[in-house]
Ligand binder design. Structure first.
Ligand code: NAG
Ligand code: NAG
Ligand code: NAG
Length: 268
């Protein structure tokens, strides 16, 4: 401590600055490992679109025969209005921990990249997002985290939610983003998001993700405020907005929702 006193005597103000920096550093470290998030972004993905994206990234992509609907992409602790936090801890992924729920994960949270290892998708989601959820009892361990995400799938199933509003997979139909997000709101009671991906091969926008925001009690909350209300929350994960302020889907023409067993299935 002697040198600190000496320094502070020589340069008054420097000590305070150093202490302040130390505190800022400490706080930043603590927040990364603690409770610095308020909602989950529960994201499901449409297997057909996953494979469109995957092929463009030169992955081998196959939709496993048991996969008949939306897959979980992830359950992401989110500080409203920001991205993440992410990669919060050092708890390594243990494949053993999820053995009891493996058959369910393979259907509801499938890894469709056939050129990656079986566990790689879950391992990635665990280390990037799951480790940030451990402050909450319901998601405090790897097993609980993955089990919880599976439990929520029944309640927030993308296919059911959309079908209840007449939005069903089709080779030919296109759907309007505003109408579709309004449909989600009717079903969920809150604003949720739909994301699209562009299929260069067919020059089509294809539905890719549904993002539903959930409180720490796993009740739906708004992902963004109603149109015209800028006082509240803002979405986080996708900054490449097109004309629609929240969704990556185009506003001026419709997106496709191609069936899993359609022409897209295994084009290779
Ligand atoms: C914590 O969560 C687990 C798994 O959901 C549950 O079985 C347990 O009762 C919870 N404990 C408390 C104290 O809420
Ligand atoms: C591109 O589309 C054509 C038909 O539209 C199809 O035959 C071909 O397999 C597709 N290629 C890829 C890489 O998906
Ligand atoms: C605007 O958003 C805030 C926060 O989400 C909410 O409390 C408020 O009621 C909203 N106002 C209107 C007019 O929708």
């Amino acid at each position: 401590m002697g040198w600190l006193l000496l320094v502070s005597a020589m340069c008054p103000g420097l000590l305070q600055t150093m202490l302040a920096l130390l505190l800022i550093g400490l706080c930043a470290t603590v927040s990364a490992y603690s409770d610095d998030w308020d909602i989950f972004t529960y994201t499901q993905e449409w297997p057909v679109a996953v494979c469109i994206k995957g092929k463009e990234e030169h992955h081998t992509c196959t939709i496993p025969p048991g996969v008949q609907g939306w897959g979980i992409h992830g359950m992401w602790p989110t500080k409203t209005g920001t991205e993440g936090p992410t990669s919060c801890g050092t708890q390594p992924f243990h494949a053993d921990a999820i053995t009891p729920i493996l058959p369910h994960l393979k259907i509801m949270w499938p890894n469709m990249y056939a050129d990656t290892s079986v566990y790689s998708f879950w391992e990635h989601e665990w280390s990037k997002h799951g480790t940030c959820a451990s402050s909450l009892n319901a998601t405090s361990t790897e097993y609980r985290y993955f089990s919880k995400a599976l439990d929520l799938y029944a309640r927030f199933n993308g296919q059911t939610i959309l079908a209840n509003q007449g939005i069903v997979p089709s080779q030919t139909a296109t759907y309007d983003i505003k109408t579709s997000e309004a449909a989600l709101k009717k079903e969920l009671g809150v604003n949720a998001l739909i994301q699209c991906t562009y299929d260069h091969n067919t020059s089509r926008q294809v539905i890719y993700e549904i993002e539903i925001c959930l409180s720490k009690n796993f009740e739906p909350v708004d992902c963004y405020p109603d149109e015209g209300n800028t006082s509240g929350k803002r979405s986080h994960h996708h900054h490449k907005y097109s004309s629609h302020p929240h969704s990556s889907c185009p506003e001026s023409y419709g997106f496709y929702y191609p069936p899993i067993d359609g022409v897209y299935s295994n084009p290779n």
